[in-house]
Design a protein around this ligand. Structure first.
Ligand code: ADP
Ligand code: ZN
Length: 433
């Protein structure tokens, strides 16, 4: 079902006109409310009047995650604190997390775009939907939660963890839909099987999977093992959270809610816009956001746009599945992890050499992170108690910085292979096939 025909099936001319009007308003708004953007525009000798339609977007400055960090915590907020009703945070790199703020209207748009997504998957008011993204500072849990409520289905805020109990709830409450990461869905399937429950005892029919890259093979496996149909959901906290784009019944690309989030594809090296169909870095401008609107935010996600009306009837442009990233960010159990975060923890402890290696793997459908690090000669001892204590201290620090646990492996001095030139710090053994 199409939740909002007037916005999801507009003619291209109408859409471009709407986007142009919204962009003009946005530029005036940020120019007057965000000193960062005013300064950037002044440096480029650009005034809000120079933006007359959506094509003028290319004149505007880009925004990066670094800009968000430099302006931590509230520097890019456009709305006054009294208008901000919710704050989320995404895992940052070294140091500051990325803070995002929402006004009441932003939250209502978020639950609107989520309802569009869920509708496209076939969710109705009759469904009982479990949200198994993490609740809390991450946008996944609450973002999906309010979308389900807005649509009128019953929401079960299961969050993550306690999987056996969750499986029993899925069975006993006749849960028909679930939102979670694709790797959690695979883990769930494993627990279901381990508990001796047959998928025919479950009523699951729809899965909203995202927050990390996944493949057609994973889709087939999840569908087969849980007896449901899995749909892609894409989003990022800086732009809104989940619901920036969503798959329809055709499952051929994800429709972007482009009346709110204007997409561009650029060459990550030259920053020049690329034509439709060519793969590059995805850039978004938040056309309607009030709390923390962003101009041309570089997502670092690599994809391409697919113009043209979809057989489902929607005219909103689609994006192909994310093919990778133009930076070194890893997504482990749905959480963003930058190698530099691990580095900063290690550099902050005198017992370690600045030599480390991250080994990412997927065991039993759950991502694992092993951090190998060389202990300095003066601190390397046969005293097991001392070594275990050191290991625990590093594990605890990593956990607090990364928000996920890492398996620490203390290494003897000079045991991690040296490489000439750029050192390899990450081995990602997960094969997404
Ligand atoms: P979340 O809390 O939803 O993970 P973050 O802002 O922390 O949001 O992370 C957003 C990033 O997660 C995106 O830039 C992208 O790299 C990745 N991501 C989100 N959804 C998908 C998806 N459906 N497919 C591939 N990658 C995704
Ligand atoms: Zn479609």
């Amino acid at each position: 079902m199409i939740w909002n025909t007037s916005k999801e099936c507009m003619s291209r001319e109408q859409m471009r006109e709407l986007q142009g009007k919204r962009l003009q308003k946005l530029v005036v708004y940020v120019y007057h409310n965000v000193p960062f953007y005013r300064r950037k525009m002044q440096e480029m000798d650009l005034s809000p009047d120079d933006i007359r339609g959506i094509d003028d977007i290319v004149k505007l400055p880009f925004t990066t995650k670094q800009d968000l960090r430099d302006n931590y915590p509230y520097g890019l907020m456009a709305a006054p604190p009294s208008e901000v009703v919710r704050v989320h945070a995404s895992s940052g790199t070294t140091g500051n997390p990325t803070i995002v703020g929402y006004t009441r209207r932003d939250l209502s748009i978020w639950s609107e775009v989520m309802a569009r997504s869920l509708s496209a998957y076939g969710v109705t008011r009759e469904d009982t939907f479990s949200v198994s993204y993490g609740y809390g500072l991450f946008t996944g849990g609450l973002g999906a939660h309010y979308g389900v409520e807005n649509l009128g289905a019953t929401v079960i805020p299961a969050s993550t963890g306690n999987t056996e109990k969750h499986v029993r709830l899925i069975r006993d409450l006749h849960i028909t839909g679930i939102a979670c990461t694709p790797s959690y869905a695979l883990y769930l399937a494993e627990v279901v099987e381990r508990m001796g429950i047959d998928k025919s005892e479950l009523d699951l029919r729809i899965g909203a999977f995202g927050a990390e890259p996944w493949t057609e093979n994973m889709r087939r496996e999840i569908q087969e093992r849980l007896g449901l149909k899995g749909y892609n959901i894409y989003g990022l906290s800086e732009i809104m959270g989940p619901g920036v784009s969503y798959e329809c019944q055709e499952q051929h690309g994800s429709h972007i809610n482009e009346d709110h989030f204007y997409p561009e594809i650029i060459d990550p090296e030259t920053l020049c816009p690329l034509p439709a169909g060519v793969q590059g870095e995805l850039v978004f401008t938040t056309l309607t956001k009030e709390g923390m609107p962003l101009l041309r935010y570089r997502t670092k996600d690599l994809t391409s746009l697919m113009p043209g009306t979809c057989p489902c009837g929607r005219t909103n442009v689609r994006m192909t599945p994310i093919m990778g990233r133009s930076d070194d960010m890893l997504i482990i159990r749905g959480i963003n992890v930058f190698p530099s975060q691990v580095e900063s923890v290690i550099l902050g402890m005198k017992e370690f050499e600045p030599r480390y290696m991250l080994v990412v793997d997927r065991r039993g459908n759950l991502d694992t992170l092993e951090v190998q690090v060389e202990v300095r000669r003066d601190f390397f001892t046969d005293d097991i108690g001392a070594m275990l204590g050191l290991k625990k201290r590093l594990s605890d620090k990593l956990k607090s910085v990364l928000s996920i646990s890492a398996d620490v492996k203390l290494m003897e001095p000079n045991s991690i292979a040296r490489s000439e030139g750029k050192s390899q710090r990450v081995i990602d053994k997960r094969v997404l096939v």
